[in-house]
Design a protein around this ligand. Structure first.
Ligand code: LRH
Ligand code: MN
Ligand code: MN
Length: 388
């Protein structure tokens, strides 16, 4: 069995934020399937997230999406979460489901629409002030479907002005993370399509504005780990939305479609020092479970990140540097692949037990009876948000 003692201190600090919407029902535009036990309230989503943390020790915070998770009293909600051993994390804004945003939100040509989107961002910051959340996530569905439909250049200027106003509202300990996505829902142009655009805007705003990298938001074949390395190098990687994809923005379980890609990404995260909590790079899941049960889906996901992080930390960096610097192409590649092919599962199971956690969180969940209880108790579970 592999010895993990060398990397244990880093594993100890690993924290992966889970999204509230992963616990709701989701699907495709063809069908949203009802899954037994689906939460009916934000509180039930938080309870499910707390279960994931209880069994894995990996998910101490839960991200909210506003208005999907809107409540009257956020202070009460925070207290509720804390009683269950978790805290409220990133506040995700939503300017993509109102008719008024059909032609854009923060980039709209009409100042009245931009102001409505700004009011929503301010509302999110007000919530952060109560929950103590650090990050406001901004992902915009803004874009156009046909060449000539909108003035791409002016929209960048409106975007800058809007983001500037949001930025000015941020408190000293708060950040804005600007998420990019190359297409969907817009098919011709998207206003924040790539890391370069997000970087340009966040750089212009200042140090409280960072880039959010969603692993599902790139063209097939993109070298995502290069983007990770570059953004960390530039001090602008604020957060990740982890998931995996075969085709488009599939939002499948992270590490399921391409575990090697997750390993390569986690290697650059470790290489860049971003596993040090002081680096403030937030790891978050952004996934939906259309077919599988949601809580085990989330347990599997955080464990996948943990496993690939452990493997990435096992890369013999000295040997790798020696091989790289002596031009030993295959030797360097072999050092890298040796770590990737190391099975860390037994070592992690033992390490979990040593911390009072179940050796096999998936089995512990299946044996624990929680799913049976929620299946019986909850009727009419909520849809994650889309088309709700
Ligand atoms: C957009 C996105 C963004 C949203 C989430 C629900 O595709 O990744 O992060 O907030 O999905
Ligand atoms: Mn995302
Ligand atoms: Mn997405």
């Amino acid at each position: 069995m592999v010895d993990l003692s060398r990397i244990a201190p880093v594993l100890e600090n690993l924290a992966i934020e889970v999204p509230s919407w992963a616990y709701g029902n989701s699907g495709t535009r063809f069908k949203v399937f009802q899954t037994p036990g689906t939460p009916r309230t934000v509180q039930e989503k938080i309870a499910d997230a707390a279960k994931v943390n209880e069994l894995t020790g990996l998910a101490p915070t839960v991200a909210l999406h506003i208005p999907w998770d809107k409540v009257e009293n956020y202070s009460e909600l925070s207290g509720f979460a804390q009683e269950l051993g978790v805290t409220l994390g990133t506040i995700n804004s939503n300017t993509f489901q109102d008719d008024i945003y059909k032609f854009g939100s923060l980039t709209h040509s009409d100042a009245a629409v931009r102001n409505k989107a700004l009011d929503h961002m301010y509302e999110c910051i007000d919530i952060m002030n109560v929950t103590g959340s650090q990050d406001l996530k901004i992902w915009l569905a803004d874009g156009t479907n046909y060449p000539g439909q909108g003035d791409m250049r002016s929209r960048q200027d409106w975007l800058h002005d809007s983001l500037q106003k949001v930025y000015e509202r941020l408190g000293d300990d708060q950040r804005m993370v600007l998420e990019y996505k190359f297409f969907e829902p817009a098919f011709y142009h998207t206003d924040v399509p790539d890391w370069g655009t997000s970087y340009a805007h966040t750089l212009a705003l200042g140090e409280k504005a960072m880039v959010c990298l969603d692993t599902g938001h790139h063209a097939p074949g993109t070298n995502i780990e290069f983007i990770v390395a570059q953004l960390i190098r530039l001090g602008k990687l604020g957060s990740f939305d982890f998931n995996s994809r075969f085709y488009a923005d599939d939002d499948l379980i992270v590490g399921a479609a391409d575990p090697f890609q997750l390993f390569r990404i986690m290697y650059e995260v470790a290489r860049g020092g971003a596993l040090d909590p002081a680096s403030n790079v937030a790891l978050m899941l952004d996934q939906c479970h259309n077919l599988e049960e949601k809580i085990p889906g989330q347990i599997r996901s955080v464990m996948n990140v943990q496993e690939m992080t452990a493997r990435a930390l096992l890369v013999d960096r000295d040997a790798l540097t020696r091989a790289q610097e002596s031009g030993d192409v295959l030797g360097a590649h072999a050092v890298f692949m040796d770590a990737f092919y190391t099975d860390v599962r037994l070592g992690l199971a033992e390490w979990r037990e040593s911390r009072g956690l179940p050796a096999d969180p998936m089995a512990a969940y299946a044996a624990g009876g929680y799913q049976g209880t929620i299946n019986a108790d909850r009727e009419g579970g909520q849809q994650a948000g889309w088309g709700a």
